[in-house]
Design a protein around this ligand. Sequence first.
Ligand SMILES: C/C(=C\CNc1ncnc2c1ncn2[C@@H]1O[C@H](COP(=O)(O)O)[C@@H](O)[C@H]1O)CO
Length: 265
Amino acid sequence: MRRAGPLTYRGKAIPDTTTDQRLLDRRGPADWVHTDPWRVLRIQSEFVEGFGLLADTGKAVCVFGSARIKPESPYYALGETIGSKIVKEGYSVITGGGPGMMEAANKGAQEGGGTSIGLGIELPFEQSLNPHVDVGVTFRYFFVRKTMFLKYSQAFVVLPGGFGTLDELFEAITLVQTGKVTRFPVILVGTRFWGGLVDWIRDTLLSEGVISPDDPDLIHLTDDPDEVVDIIRTAHAEIIGHRTATEQASVDEGAEAVQQAADAG
Ligand SMILES: C/C(=C\CNc1ncnc2c1ncn2[C@@H]1O[C@H](COP(=O)(O)O)[C@@H](O)[C@H]1O)CO
């Protein structure tokens, strides 16, 4: 009889080698390293690293935006100002850790004396986290990284950007729309840049009936960094107020149930 962890083998079923022998034997094909079960372990380890890094983050705002916009652009200065104002309001700033608008928001967060977080992504070309990231990790898998953005942020600020930014914007809106995350504010910054998209959402998506009448209200649009912070502050005050009211209602319900039980008994 052979025991191997929880397994028991008897007779002809007893393997020729022990688990340790097989683990320590370096011979044999290495194809299994490229199989999905092995990838699942790597994916798990990315979640563990991400949760481990961010668990103590406290309140945070995620800032999405183009990787391609240069520091000379007025949008860069706007991103920097917004990063700075967000940390002064008591939030950490989380970005994708890359260049462009991500770098601008991280730079502002650093200059504002707050926590500047970058969640980088491995790309086919060499790239490192921008120099204004104080706390960072680089992910292999986009979807693991997205989970981190969404799990650790209480608001989403979307600066001008391309496909990557649009992907992140619509992921955040979809999760809010479907009630998968708390109704956190999604704020587009740049009326000239985003105005056409917002009009299309109202004129086409709404009028064709593919979104609900309230859905356009999930998105705020502004050019003003102070308004960005005001929207976040107001939304969070409402969420906290709502939670407190819900908690009070559940305390009241509990007290009523206890009273009814006492009256009945
Ligand atoms: C294209 C260039 C660099 C790409 N590097 C990126 N690093 C980190 N995160 C990125 C990068 N590219 C896209 N992202 C993510 O998508 C958003 C920006 O995408 P867009 O298509 O540029 O709008 C951004 O929020 C990131 O999370 C050139 O140097």
